[in-house]
Design a protein around this ligand. Structure first.
Ligand SMILES: *[C@@H]1O[C@H](CO)[C@@H](O)[C@H](O)[C@H]1NC(C)=O
Ligand SMILES: *[C@@H]1O[C@H](CO)[C@@H](O)[C@H](O)[C@H]1NC(C)=O
Ligand SMILES: *[C@@H]1O[C@H](CO)[C@@H](O)[C@H](O)[C@H]1NC(C)=O
Ligand SMILES: *[C@@H]1O[C@H](CO)[C@@H](O)[C@H](O)[C@H]1NC(C)=O
Ligand SMILES: *[C@@H]1O[C@H](CO)[C@@H](O)[C@H](O)[C@H]1NC(C)=O
Ligand SMILES: *[C@@H]1O[C@H](CO)[C@@H](O)[C@H](O)[C@H]1NC(C)=O
Length: 662
């Protein structure tokens, strides 16, 4: 029999009507359990009860108890639930009146119902969600719901326990009415990024034996606070990019991370004030994506590297920052043509400029670097000039005359200088220096021949042009203007200038008088041509004038002699033999040997078969015997003549010799 079913009597046998008989029983006793023996306790005769009317008057809506008239025992007919009968009351009594008639007696009975631990603690909500800021400080408290246990005294809630937690504990406070209140207390700072949700179990425990308990899930959700700054994975990013990258080209994509959540982790990128204007002109930064793109012109020759100071800022109420640096190294491309700078140049040179003279200073440059900026200078075609790199000024050259120059050969040079860099592919440029050579009087006039033989017919007309003795001078201007004159040399008291004249300007040589071969036969003198340079140069030629004999004297027949204009008559016998000499004609000529070689010939013969004439010695011979039929008179017209012209005939035919046969 359980402990609580034991009947015990607090007081027994109270005096009649006003006295109250009290019992105490535990709740939840089984049906049929005897609570008390009223007959004994109230001093009634159990045997007499059977005839008497007994009535139980219970002041509840349920009939928990009944009375056994035979045994006089009060027993349980329905389990008594203390918590039902006396909800929320620390003590519980069931009052009933026992009414016994004949004679009437009324007994007041008070049945104390004692608690047993028949209820476990119970939370009205078994799942409680709690939002706690990440920034909550240790010691902060959060109310938790109570559990309830309808039992009383030790059977009701004695304490609460919390599952093991690094961050939380509970504290129990008891109100003035004895109610326990549970607070969740933060013992260690929270870190949402480490653990965003804490699942706790709160257990309420009563003091009964055995112990009963109830649990509730406490779910602590850590509310983010902006306690993590955006972070770049590197402090400095170094990037190579080639110059001339097109606008919009992606340089890099920044990726800062923020461990927080929501707005606290959303990042906006921007350049800080340390980023120069120039850099900001060259690059664009997308504030939302962190993409860095090309915005302006990336020119290695302008900027070799850029530094961008970038900050990432989250969108929290109190934003946090992260910073990084992006260093862009620009790589050179061969995009600049090499250049030639002509620093000084002599465009006109005396042709006799000495070899080794510097005529120009030339600088070369290329804005590129490395091989792209390595330049060399050369002369396009072989020329009488060379380049000599200056030993003290790199990239500077002297253009030097390397060979003697001659204006008369090449009057002008176009010196093309070519500069080439060593890039791939190489770029080159060129520049042309034009050099004009100035004339120097370095050429003497020159006659085409060094010796002139001029034949002049005697009987020339005075003032006749004999020849043109033109010399040539390849120089220019006054160095070329020639003056001609006759070099005087007295020959036999006769000045040549009396005989000849030369036009000083054009070298035309004239005879001043009429020459007679029969008096003067030749002249020898020099003509000089002199230019007008300073000093002048000259040259001379020898002129040999030969007077040419003219056949100006007709042959004169001297044998057989005859009077001028008469006819020679000769008689020859008819019997003359064939081949006999009839006559020998001799003619003489006063002209030169040449002109005086005389030949003879018939102009007229009566009978061509009779006479022959030796054309060289002038002998006339018979060719056959005469006959009687031959006329007595044979007329022979004979002409002596020189190799030249038939002067006798032309001048006076009548003076020509004639022969008559007798
Ligand atoms: C950038 O170029 C340099 C040489 O100019 C080289 O040493 C370096 O490795 C390059 N860096 C990258 C990221 O390409
Ligand atoms: C940024 O970096 C994180 C880790 O470092 C990575 O998970 C994420 O995909 C990256 N985002 C972009 C856009 O590259
Ligand atoms: C070039 O210049 C150097 C000195 O700078 C000199 O010694 C050398 O003779 C020069 N060469 C010519 C061809 O002028
Ligand atoms: C010189 O330069 C011009 C353009 O500046 C180019 O057309 C020409 O081909 C070059 N000449 C040489 C020989 O390089
Ligand atoms: C030149 O003339 C002079 C006088 O006029 C004379 O004495 C001289 O003998 C002449 N010479 C010749 C070579 O004829
Ligand atoms: C003529 O020229 C020659 C050289 O060609 C020179 O020797 C001579 O003296 C000159 N004659 C005169 C008279 O100048």
């Amino acid at each position: 029999m359980p402990f609580w079913t034991t009947v015990f009597v607090l007081c027994a046998a109270w005096p009649s009507a006003l006295s109250v008989t009290r019992y105490s029983i535990a709740e939840e006793m089984d049906r049929g359990s005897v609570v008390a023996n009223l007959a004994a306790d109230l001093g009634l005769d159990p045997g007499g009860l059977a005839q008497r009317e007994v009535k139980l008057d219970i002041f509840t809506n349920k009939k928990y108890l009944d009375f056994n008239k035979k045994t006089g025992e009060l027993y349980i007919v329905e389990k008594i639930d203390r918590e039902y009968l006396c909800p929320a009351k620390p003590t519980c009594f069931l009052k009933l009146d026992v009414i016994i008639e004949s004679p009437l007696r009324i007994f007041n009975i008070e049945l104390g119902i004692t608690d047993i631990n028949d209820n476990a603690p119970h939370f009205r909500r078994d799942r409680v969600e709690l939002d706690v800021s990440e920034s909550a400080t240790p010691g902060e408290r959060f109310s938790l719901p109570n559990a309830v246990d309808p039992d009383v005294d030790i059977n009701t809630i004695k304490t609460y326990k919390l599952s093991v937690s690094e961050h939380f504990t509970i504290e129990i406070q008891t109100g003035s009415d004895g109610t326990q209140y549970v607070d969740l207390v933060l013992t260690k700072s929270l870190d949402r990024e480490e653990n965003a949700v804490h699942n706790l179990i709160l257990t309420a425990v009563d003091g009964g034996v055995p112990v009963r308990s109830g649990t509730a899930n406490i779910i602590v959700r850590v509310q983010d606070t902006n306690d993590n700054p955006p972070r770049f994975d590197k402090q400095i990013y170094t990037i190579n990019m080639t110059e001339n990258s097109p606008t919009g080209a992606l340089v890099m994509k920044l990726n800062a991370t923020d461990l927080d959540e929501g707005l606290n982790s959303e990042i906006v990128y921007s350049f800080t004030l340390y980023t120069s204007e120039k850099t900001q002109d060259a690059f664009a930064l997308n504030p939302n994506t962190g993409e860095i793109t090309v915005k302006g012109t990336i020119d290695y020759e302008d900027m070799k590297f850029y530094e961008m100071h970038i900050e990432a800022r989250d969108k929290g109420a109190h934003p946090l920052l992260g910073q990084c640096k992006v260093v862009v190294h620009v790589t050179d491309m061969n995009d600049n043509y090499p250049e030639i700078t002509i620093q000084s140049v002599k465009n006109t040179l005396d042709e006799n400029i000495p070899v080794g003279i510097v005529i120009a200073l030339v600088g070369i440059s290329d804005r590129d670097t490395g091989d792209n900026g390595k330049v060399s200078l050369s002369i396009h075609q072989p020329m009488p000039f060379i380049l000599n790199e200056s030993s003290d000024r790199p990239m500077h050259y002297k253009l030097i005359v390397s060979e003697p120059l001659d204006r008369e050969t090449v009057p002008e040079y176009e010196i093309m200088l070519i500069v080439t860099d060593a890039g791939k592919p190489p770029l080159s440029d060129n520049e042309t220096i034009t050099v004009h050579l100035l004339d120097v009087n370095d050429n003497a006039p020159q006659f085409p021949q060094s010796f002139y033989t001029i034949r002049v017919m005697e009987n020339n007309a005075p003032g006749a042009l004999l020849s043109s003795l033109t010399a040539f001078d390849p120089d220019l201007h006054e160095n070329q203007y020639l003056v001609y004159f006759i070099l005087e040399k007295e020959i036999a008291n006769t000045s040549m200038s009396m005989l000849f004249s030369i036009n000083p300007e054009n070298g035309n040589l004239y005879a001043l008088k009429t020459f007679d071969y029969e008096i003067e036969k030749e002249f020898l003198f020099h003509i000089e041509a002199r230019d007008s340079g300073s000093p002048p140069l000259s040259s001379n030629v020898t002129v040999h004038i030969i007077i040419v004999d003219q056949n100006d004297n007709a042959p004169v027949i001297v044998s057989p002699w005859r009077a001028h204009g008469s006819v020679v008559e000769d008689k020859i016998p008819r019997s003359t033999d064939k081949g006999s000499l009839v006559a020998k004609v001799i003619a003489l000529d006063t002209d030169s040997v040449h002109n005086s070689r005389i030949t003879y010939q018939f102009l007229q013969v009566t009978d061509a078969t009779l006479f022959s004439l030796d054309q060289y010695n002038g002998e006339i011979r018979t060719m056959r015997m005469f006959s009687y039929r031959d006329p007595r008179h044979q007329r022979l017209l004979l002409l002596p003549r020189t190799t030249g012209i038939l002067l006798c005939l032309l001048q006076s035919p009548s003076s020509c010799p004639q022969w008559r046969l007798q």
